[in-house]
Write a protein that binds this ligand. Sequence first.
Ligand code: AHM
Ligand code: MG
Length: 329
Amino acid sequence: MIPTQTLTRFVLQEEHKHPQSTGELSTLLTSIGLGVKIISNLVATAGLKGLHGYSGRTNVQGEDTYKLDDEADSVLVDILGASGHFGSLVSEERDGAIEAGEGSENAKYVVAFDPLDGSSNIGSNIPVGTIFTIFRTKTPGKASAEDFMQPGTNVVAAGYSVYGSMTSFVYSCGHGVHGFTLDPSIGEFVLTEENIRIPEQGNIYSANEGYWDIWDTRMQEFMTSLRSKNNKLGGAYTSRYVGSLVADFDRTMRKGGIFLHPANQKRERGKLRLLYECIPLAFIMEQAGGRAIDESMNVLDINPEGIHDRCPFVVGGKREIEYFESFFG
Ligand code: AHM
Ligand code: MG
């Protein structure tokens, strides 16, 4: 089959619908597309190149990082740097924001990313991924970390890739969610799903139940109810948990249900990061017809206070989120 719609062509067509556009956003999106192709290859060949295992470094959040985390981070920083179109970058792997070099002082956008999400699964042939968020700078002129301190309602574009049995690229610019699949024979992302929608209700829950004893009682009661055949959602849910957010999120969006990584007694604000995990995926989920909350408010309404802020994250179909809220109300 000859691919009719590649990521590059699709992004350019979207851009041409906005006569005032300068092409900067399209360049950023296609640059990220190129970056994830390179990372996909790195993930597939990491074992052969001795890139599995820890790097010996800990990140700003005190977590041990993997060699592949660092490689994936360098790929995105180099490629976005070469695009000359970002004002500032935030990566899960770097303590501070990276500021644009000479010539990009007036760039319109800032980009936050998790270069390799799910890295604790590296080396086990389990999907990992990349997640990104793009905001417009808050004020014209040189961008900084301050430009990321805006709520998810301001997101211009967000997306993710899953490196699994196929490499996917899913993104939204606020006009629906579109899915692409990497065709390795031509090295291009080809459009495979336009306007992905989450079912209003599914039958899968996804959470790390190892935290049961340190969850809030309301969370325990909600989970007990999901597992009961007499719950208000019409019957017991089944369970799936990969432990790579991108993969758990992708399944939740396509098949329906709910994913939860809530707060617990050890982590008051949960584990997942607001800017480059929760906000982009909340934006995509809302575009797909679902919802994302932090236990009490919509994730997209939260104002970040630091570039590595964390956030309890509950995301899924409308019915499941409403049901969750009835326990936390
Ligand atoms: P990472 O970005 O360092 O890989 O950490 C985030 C990952 C998510 O992909 C996943 O949903 C979560 O951590 C799993 O956490 P847990 O081990 O607490 O279940
Ligand atoms: Mg992550």
